[in-house]
Design a protein around this ligand. Structure first.
Ligand code: GDP
Length: 425
């Protein structure tokens, strides 16, 4: 049985917490896309952790963590992260790295930074983790696949070829120091040494695990609206954030993914540039940001303050639809307890016309939010475990949104901890 945990919004919905929670019953947790550019914050009995590359299931000794072929594999960061959790008392995790995953090279990070510098005010707000240059090279077929680390001759030749190609841009476009092929080759040998004990055919491993009836969890990064095809292009990430891509990025058949747990936050937040229709500003935004998440809405990777907004039914329904949500996990609801009234965005007005369908970016830029105001519950709902025990206005908020997004909210998260969850149905 395969379940996917994915985001309906712009990321930071609380997928890490839901994955960590569901990992209790999983045998294998797989990362299938993205890289070290986004982070999950997890709070459990070992403490508080920000993970970027490791799957959120690494805290259990019964699970195997798989870095799938679809991931942008940053080898030094992966092992730094393993060390950082082991140093804090977490048992050494069992990790497998796909022999078909490709490697984020140091020049990918350099190109990321150089390009942001070149674009100046028009930059994408990249985290400079090398993700866009990495995926560009993967699809331009000039990336390094993990399996290639084990072919010395190929590696040496390819280092010369890639350095020559990259140096044209370094010299003429960016005016930066050039890459020396022998240093590139050394970098690759260093990666080989680090990763070798963990490399295998993870697709075959998952195939066998499925035959044995094992429980597999696919963990997505970011959310539907950052998908390069279906999101707010070009302010998107460079790999698909959708559950469907889980099949490709893990190397399993699509029909194996039986449950798609789509995480949706009770209000909106986004990092980086791009249209954000229900965005709020000033003191109203500052207060929600300060109270949001666990200790404020600031990026887990960059520490940047997140942009804040009210819940957006248009974007979330679209986000759930693209994921193919079988279950919605509605998170961070406890944070809204301070509000007397809670606005919810139920439609967009574009050029005088009202729509409930999420438009492509050029129209999104013109969209104005239509807000409906719901009464707040004005109390702390943390610690409640039974749905019926939630205040009436809180249930009204959940049920109003469930109806608007048209997908079943089966889990409500009312705190950052593993146990802060209310199951419905
Ligand atoms: P992810 O990338 O989707 O995993 O999301 P992040 O980890 O960036 O952001 C979610 C933040 O909200 C983290 O700080 C979590 O600890 C916190 N969090 C998750 N669920 C809840 C919840 O139900 N209530 C509160 N107050 N915080 C939560």
């Amino acid at each position: 049985m395969v379940k996917a945990v994915v985001g309906a919004n712009w990321g930071d919905e609380g997928k890490g917490k839901i994955t960590d929670m569901l990992a209790q019953e999983a045998d294998i947790i797989v990362r299938f896309q993205g890289g070290a550019n986004a982070g999950h914050t997890i709070i459990n009995n070992y403490g508080k952790f920000a993970l970027h590359t490791l799957p959120s299931g690494v805290f259990y000794s019964h699970t195997t963590s798989v870095i799938g072929n679809g991931v942008a594999l940053d080898i030094p960061i992966l092992f730094k992260e393993v060390k950082s959790i082991v140093d804090r008392g977490v048992p050494e995790p069992k990790i497998l790295v796909s022999d078909r995953a490709q490697i984020v090279m140091s020049y990918h990070k350099q190109f990321d930074a150089y390009e942001e510098e070149r674009l100046g005010g028009k930059s994408f707000g990249s985290t400079k983790s090398g993700i866009a240059p990495f995926y560009s090279d993967k699809y331009a077929k000039i990336g390094f696949q993990v399996s290639e680390l084990f072919d010395d001759k190929l590696l040496e030749e390819k280092a010369v070829r890639i350095a020559a190609q990259k140096n044209v841009l370094l010299e003429h476009l960016y005016h930066k120091p050039l890459i020396k092929p022998e240093e590139l080759y050394e970098e690759l040998l260093g990666y080989k040494k680090m990763v070798e004990p963990f490399v295998c055919d993870t697709s075959l491993f998952l195939h066998n695990a499925l035959k044995e009836g094992k429980n597999i969890l696919l963990e997505g990064q970011l959310g539907s609206l950052k998908d390069p095809d279906h999101g707010i292009y070009p302010m998107v990430t460079s790999s698909s954030t959708l559950a469907a891509f889980g099949a490709i990025g893990a190397g399993i058949p699509p029909y194996e993914i039986q449950r798609i747990i789509t995480v949706c936050k009770a209000y909106s937040s986004a990092v980086g540039a791009g249209a954000f229709v229900s965005e709020i500003f000033g003191e109203e935004a500052d207060e929600l940001r300060r109270r949001g998440g666990d200790g404020g809405e600031f990026g887990a990777t960059t520490g940047r303050p997140r942009r804040m907004g009210w819940f957006d039914c248009v974007a979330s329904r679209y986000g759930c639809r693209l994921q193919g949500a079988t279950d919605v996990a509605f998170t961070v609801l406890d944070v809204l307890g301070y509000l007397k009234e809670i606005p919810v965005c139920t439609g967009y007005e574009i050029d005088g016309k009202v729509t409930e369908d999420f438009p492509p970016t050029h129209l999104l830029e013109k969209a104005k939010p239509i807000l409906e105001i719901l009464p707040g519950w004005e109390c702390d709902i943390r610690g409640i475990r039974i749905y019926e025990e939630l205040p009436e206005n809180c249930r009204r908020y959940i049920e109003f949104i469930e109806e608007k997004i048209s997908y079943p909210i089966t889990m409500v998260s009312n705190g950052p901890g593993r146990e802060d969850i209310i199951y419905r149905r």
